[in-house]
Design a protein around this ligand. Structure first.
Ligand code: NAD
Length: 323
C-alpha cells in the first residue's frame, strides 16, 4: 500500500482523492506549520512514497536524506522556493506545485493593496472609527489618482501579466515591465511595454509591483540602491515572496521618504516583521493571504493530490518543476 504524509490539514477533497486510490494517509495533527525536526521524525516512522508539503515547510537535503523512499514532494503552493530543487533533481525526486491555485486572486489582492494605499483606505477607516470625522474637509487625506500614471511590473508570468492587464484596461494606466523572458502576448495585446532593465522600470514608475519567484537571482532584487532609484512619490507592492525585498532597506526607505509607501502581503522573515515596519503609516500589510479563497484552496488540494497520484501511478505529473 502506497503511503502519503501530509504536513498540515488541507481541504478534504484532496485527502479523499488519495484515500480513493487506497493510499495510507498520515496527516500532521498540529494546527501550525510543522518544524523541520518534527517532519524528519514523522518521515522516519514509515517508508512514505509521497509527501504533500506547504510553503511553510523547508524541504532540503537533510529532510530528503531522512526520507529515501519518497518519490514526490507535492507542494500546496504556486511558489516552490521552500524546496531545494537541485537536491531533488540529484536524487531523481519529483517536485510539483499548484500553478492554477489562485493566480487571478493574487492579482486582485495586488490591486487591493494598490488601491488601499492610493485611496488611503486604512487611514480613512481608522479616522472614522476613532470619531475624528466632523464634516467634509477639502484638505483631508489626499490620495493619488491612478489614471494616466505609470505602473511598472517586475515579472510578467501568470500573476504579473494579470496585474498589468487590469492596470492598462481597468485603470487606464501606462504599463511597463521587466522580465528575464519577454512576454510577447502582453506586448501584442498592447497591455505593457518592455523595458530592458529593472532600473528603467524603477525610475519611471509611479507604482512598482513585484511578481517574480524567489530564486538566488531574485533574492533582494529590491535593495537599498534600487529603492533609491524609485521616485519619492512612488509605491512598492509585493505579493510574491518576502526575501525578494531587503526589508531593512525598505523600512529605512519608507522612514526617510525615499519612496512614498508600500503594500506587502509577504515578508522577509515571515511570520516576523522587520522592526519598525508595523509602526509606519505609509504601509498596508496583509498576512500572506493574496491567494486566500476557498476556491483556490480546493483547487490546490485537488491539484497537489493529482500530482501525487500521477507520480505514484508512473506518469509525469503535469506540474513537475524539476527540469
Ligand atoms: P510565474 O512563474 O508564472 O511568473 C514568474 C515570472 O517571473 C516569469 O515570467 C519569469 O520569467 C519571471 N522572472 C523570473 N526571474 C526573474 C528576474 N530575475 N527578473 C524578472 N523577472 C523574472 O509565477 P506566478 O504564478 O506569476 O507567481 C509569481 C510568484 O508569486 C510565485 O513564484 C510565488 O512566489 C508568488 N505567489 C504568492 C502568493 C501569495 O499568496 N502572496 C500566491 C501565489 C504566488
Amino acid at each position: 500500500m502506497k503511503k502519503v504524509y501530509i504536513t498540515r490539514k488541507i481541504p478534504e477533497v484532496g485527502i479523499n482523492m488519495l484515500k480513493e486510490k487506497g493510499y495510507e494517509i498520515d496527516i500532521n495533527p498540529k494546527d501550525r506549520p510543522i518544524t523541520k525536526k518534527e517532519l524528519i521524525k514523522a518521515l522516519k516512522k514509515k517508508p512514505y512514497d509521497a509527501v504533500l508539503t506547504l510553503l511553510t515547510d523547508t524541504i532540503d537535503a537533510e529532510v530528503m536524506n531522512n526520507a529515501s523512499t519518497v518519490k514526490i514532494y507535492a507542494n500546496f503552493a504556486i511558489g516552490f522556493n521552500n524546496l531545494d530543487i537541485k537536491e531533488a533533481k540529484a536524487r531523481s525526486v519529483v517536485v510539483t506545485n499548484t500553478p492554477s491555485g489562485g493566480a487571478e486572486r493574487v492579482a486582485e489582492h495586488t490591486w487591493a493593496l494598490i488601491l488601499a494605499l492610493t485611496c488611503r483606505i486604512i487611514e480613512g477607516d481608522l479616522y472614522m472609527r476613532k470619531g475624528k470625522y466632523h464634516g467634509w474637509d477639502p484638505m483631508l487625506l489626499h490620495g493619488d489618482r491612478l489614471e494616466g500614471k505609470t505602473l511598472g511590473i517586475i515579472g510578467t508570468g501568470r500573476i504579473g501579466a494579470n496585474v498589468a492587464r487590469k492596470g492598462k484596461f481597468g485603470f487606464g494606466m501606462k504599463v511597463i515591465y521587466y522580465d528575464v523572458i519577454r512576454n510577447e502576448k502582453l506586448e501584442a495585446e498592447d497591455s505593457a511595454t518592455f523595458c530592458h532593465t529593472v532600473e528603467e522600470v524603477l525610475k519611471i514608475s509611479d507604482i512598482v509591483s513585484i511578481h517574480v519567484p524567489l530564486l538566488d537571482s531574485t533574492h533582494h532584487l529590491m535593495n537599498a540602491e534600487r529603492l533609491k532609484m524609485m521616485k519619492n512619490t512612488a509605491y512598492l507592492i509585493n505579493t510574491s515572496r518576502g526575501p525578494v525585498i531587503d526589508e531593512f532597506a525598505l523600512v529605512d526607505a519608507l522612514k526617510k521618504g525615499i519612496i512614498k509607501g508600500a503594500g506587502l502581503d509577504v515578508y522577509e522573515f515571515e511570520p516576523k516583521l522587520t522592526k519598525g515596519l508595523a509602526k509606519l503609516s505609509n504601509v498596508v500589510l496583509t498576512p500572506h493571504i493574496a491567494s486566500g479563497t476557498m476556491e483556490a484552496r480546493l483547487e490546490m488540494a485537488r491539484v497537489s493530490a493529482q500530482n501525487i497520484i500521477d507520480c505514484l501511478e508512473g506518469r509525469v505529473p503535469r506540474n513537475n518543476v524539476v527540469i
